[in-house]
Each structure stands twice: as structure tokens, then as C-alpha cells.
Design a protein around this ligand. Structure first.
Ligand code: SAM
Ligand code: SF4
Ligand code: F3S
Length: 438
């Protein structure tokens, strides 16, 4: 009988892509994907540890499978990802969920296939978390599930140790992939017909910093990928402001195949908070970069992440964050309530901000962004944009901008999976309406 698998993914795009690698390994063992939890022979949780909420959600959902496992003794449950890479959570999982069969971490994700083969052979529980990263595993078995977009890891891990962040502890030190290998992977993906290549890293701008070769920079990599033959665009995420060079800005500005959507997390608009966060830049430096981007990049779409309620954040600090948002007028932003992560510097800082204040501040930021979006929305009307058609539904074509906004596209001779230039006719909070122009 055909064996079926289901993967449940939490967290960032890095995890979304790693789930594609887990799926690749499962498919190579002749498992097929299902959405139906009850029909699955194996359920894999690819977890996240960035905030407490992500961890509680994963524990809750894993716990909810107890009955299913009781009813179906052959069901295999596996848990991996950033949460299991955290020792405390891994031990809690091991002790309190004895029905979980395979527990692995981020550093040994590439060994998952072997663990499953071993488990199917001897049915002995596997608990294997590697303490350290082991270079850059070359993983070729990938079952891509993101439509016309292909994710490509360019570097793994992070060296920045922002005071609030668990990522360096669960993903290890920064390791860049070999450039030739990367270019070959991108070439292959374009030949296969992928229309968007998204270069992934916790900080793409520091690509190559761990290798002694002056040519190995993100600017070089980005322009080399964008100059490959074919009809596609290159996106990238995430950019750390302290490492975003003028060369990268120039590649974004001048290369038509590079996406104009730049996600540039600032976290706070207060220099005092940025210093305590160990972000490595000031508000003035950040504004300088954003101004350069705005001057040089036509059709720039800029977005950011914010954390509210970092320990010691005063009303005055918070006011500065709102002023920064007003000054920049982001196209989109993500605002998070500071979540204490054991082992990080901020977890032990004095002046933790009470939940009610954090909650009020996050809502204020989200409302502020809504007001700005309403005010600035119409700026797009009349502009020429590039869109990629991905859906035909109810007799209408839908496309996406390179920033991921939905576009209802009118016009003649529209084909799925094609790029078109279009003129924006109207914009509301849900979608852009546009007319194809060539
Ligand atoms: N490497 C990227 C960067 O430097 O911006 C992304 C890191 S993380 C996957 C995405 C976002 O989660 C961060 O930009 C930050 O706003 C938020 N974040 C990280 N740790 C957090 C914490 N302890 N509490 C709340 N939000 C957090
Ligand atoms: Fe976390 Fe900072 Fe690294 Fe981003 S740059 S992953 S926020 S430590
Ligand atoms: Fe991503 Fe969450 Fe890990 S945001 S890197 S999956 S901690």
C-alpha cells in the first residue's frame, strides 16, 4: 500500500524550504504527500523557537496526536527544527511525549532519511540532536511545493547575536554555500521553469564573510544570479541593515531581474533600544540606507520587522519607533511582542515590560501602519508594475507583484506563469487592480 506523509511547518521561509527537503527525503523512500492527518503513515513537525507562542503551539499540536497514535500503532511521529535544537524543549518533548518516535535537530536534518530507515527497521525510538553544525550539507533531494517560486539557501546560521534572538543558538554560526554550486542550482531551477528564485539567509548581506575570498560578496552573487539566461526574477531575504552595502543597493536598482521588494528589519526607532539589542546600527544610519534605496530604486517596496516591549523600552523609545514608521512610510511591516527566550541576553535584562503595555504597543503599531497604508495606497495608481500571473479563477487572472501583493489582471492574451507589465488602475487593502500593457 502507498505510504503517506504529512509535514507541519512552523516559522520562517528557512523552515518552509527545509520542509521541502524533508519532503524530498520522504519521497525518495516512496512516501507520498497527504493533507489528511488521519491517513498519514508519518507526521513530521518542523518546529520554530523564535517566540514562546510558536513553541506552545507546536507542543499543543504534537500533544493532540496522542489519541491518533493510540488508535494507529503504525503511525510514526517525528519532530525536528529549531525548537528541538533547544536542549530544554528537546528534553521536555522526550519526557512528556513518549509517543514521539523520532526527534532530531537543525544540524542533522540531512540525516532524517537514515533515521526513518533505521526506525522502520528496528522500531527503536530515535533521539538525536547534534550540539554543533557540521559544515554545509549538500542536499539534493528537494520536493518543491512553493508554486512558481524556488527557495535557495545561500548561507545558514547567524553570527549577530541580537540580544533577544534564539536563532544563533539553534542554527549555529554563519556558513556560506559555495558560489559555483549555488549558481548551478539556480541555473537548473530556471531551466525547470521556476519564475522566482528567492535567495535565503538569516542575513543574506553577510554572504561570503566566512570565506577568505574578496569576490564572494552578496552583491556579486545577486548580480551573477540575475544575469543568468531566462525569464525570472531574483528575490532575497533577509537583509541586515548593518551589512547592506552600496553595491547591493546598486544591483537592486540597476538589474531589471532583481526584485524591488526589500525587507529591512529595523526592530526599533530608538538608538538606546537598538544599542541594547546589539543591532550594530543607529536610526540615523538606517535612515541613510532607506533614503539611498528610495532615491535609487524605482518602484521600491520596503518592509520591516519591529519588536515592541524590549526590556527597558520606555514610552519615549516607543514614540521614536512610531516617528520612524511615519517618516519611512513602509509598504508593509511586521510587529512582534518581545518574547523572552531562555539563554539569550535579553531574557535576563532588568525592566521587563508588562504584557498589557506590550500588547497595547503592538496594536498601536499595527493601527499606525493601517492608517499609513490607507493614506499612501493611491500613490500606486497609474504606475507601471511587473506582475507574474499565477492563478485563473472565476474567469479572472490573478498575478503577484514581486513584493507578493495580489493583482487582478485585466487584458488580452494573458497566460499563466508569464510576466507582464501592467498599469495600476485601483488599489484597496486586499488587492491591486491592473491592466496588462504588453
Ligand atoms: N534574520 C532576520 C533579521 O535579522 O531580521 C530575521 C530573524 S527572525 C526569523 C524574524 C523576526 O522575528 C525578527 O526580525 C524579529 O523582529 C522577530 N523576533 C526575533 N526574536 C524575537 C523575540 N525574542 N521576540 C519577539 N520577536 C522576535
Ligand atoms: Fe536573530 Fe539578529 Fe541573527 Fe536576525 S540577525 S537571526 S534577528 S540574531
Ligand atoms: Fe526560522 Fe523560527 Fe528557526 S523563525 S530560523 S524557524 S526559530
Amino acid at each position: 500500500m502507498q505510504k503517506l506523509y504529512k509535514i507541519i511547518t512552523y516559522g520562517c521561509q528557512m523552515n518552509v524550504h527545509e520542509s521541502e527537503k524533508l519532503a524530498g527525503m520522504l519521497e525518495s523512500l516512496n512516501y507520498k504527500m497527504t493533507d489528511d492527518t488521519k491517513k498519514a503513515d508519518i507526521i513530521v513537525f518542523n518546529t520554530c523557537s523564535i517566540r514562546e507562542g510558536a513553541v506552545s503551539k507546536a507542543f499543543g499540536n504534537i500533544g493532540a496526536l496522542k489519541q491518533l497514535k493510540h488508535d494507529n500503532k503504525n503511525l510514526i511521529i517525528a519532530v525536528g527544527g529549531c525548537m528541538t535544537q533547544n536542549k530544554q524543549d528537546a528534553l521536555k518533548l522526550k519526557r512528556t511525549f513518549p509517543f514521539v518516535d523520532i526527534i532530531f535537530g537543525t544540524h542533522n536534518l540531512h540525516k532524517f532519511k537514515q533515521y526513518l530507515i533505521d526506525f522502520n527497521f528496528n522500531h527503536e525510538r530515535i533521539f538525536n540532536i547534534w550540539e554543533r553544525e557540521d559544515g554545509v550539507p549538500n542536499m539534493t533531494e528537494v520536493n518543491r511545493t512553493s508554486g512558481l517560486n524556488a527557495w535557495v539557501n545561500i548561507n545558514f546560521g547567524c553570527n549577530n547575536f541580537c540580544a533577544y534572538c534564539i536563532v544563533p543558538y539553534v542554527r549555529g554560526r554563519e556558513r556560506s554555500r559555495n558560489m559555483d554550486e549555488l549558481i548551478n542550482e539556480c541555473k537548473g531551477l530556471i531551466e525547470e521553469g521556476y519564475k522566482t528564485i528567492t535567495l535565503l539567509g538569516q542575513n543574506v548581506n553577510s554572504y561570503g564573510n566566512d570565506i577568505n575570498d574578496a569576490n564572494l560578496t552578496f552583491a556579486n552573487l545577486l548580480s551573477t544570479v540575475a544575469n543568468l539566461e531566462g525569464d525570472f526574477i531574483v528575490k532575497f531575504m533577509t537583509s541586515h541593515p548593518k551589512d547592506l552595502t552600496d553595491e547591493v543597493i546598486d544591483v537592486v536598482a540597476n538589474n531589471p531581474k532583481v526584485s524591488k521588494a526589500v525587507h529591512l528589519p529595523v526592530q526599533s526607532g530608538s538608538n538606546d533600544v537598538l544599542l541594547k539589542m546589539n543591532r550594530g546600527y543607529t536610526v540615523e544610519h538606517y535612515l541613510e540606507i532607506v533614503n539611498k534605496l528610495k532615491q535609487k530604486v524605482k518602484n521600491l517596496n520596503i518592509s520591516s520587522d519591529f519588536i515592541v516591549g524590549f526590556p527597558g523600552e520606555t514610552e519615549e523609545d516607543f514614540k521614536k519607533t512610531k516617528e520612524l514608521i511615519e517618516a519611512i512610510e513602509y509598504d508593509n511591516l511586521f510587529a512582534y511582542i518581545f518574547s523572552k527566550r531562555n539563554g539569550t541576553k535579553a531574557a535576563n535584562m532588568a525592566d521587563q515590560v508588562p504584557y498589557e503595555i506590550k500588547n497595547r504597543r503592538v496594536n498601536e503599531l499595527l493601527n499606525l501602519q493601517k492608517t499609513i497604508a490607507e493614506r499612501t495606497r493611491n500613490k500606486l495608481v497609474g504606475r507601471e508594475i511587473n506582475v507574474l500571473v499565477n492563478t485563473f479563477k472565476n474567469n479572472k487572472y490573478y498575478a503577484k507583484t514581486d513584493a507578493g501583493r495580489i493583482v487582478e489582471l485585466a487584458g488580452e492574451n494573458i497566460n499563466l506563469s508569464n510576466f507582464y507589465k501592467a498599469k495600476v488602475l485601483a488599489v484597496d487593502h486586499k488587492k491591486i487592480t491592473a491592466q496588462k500593457i504588453d
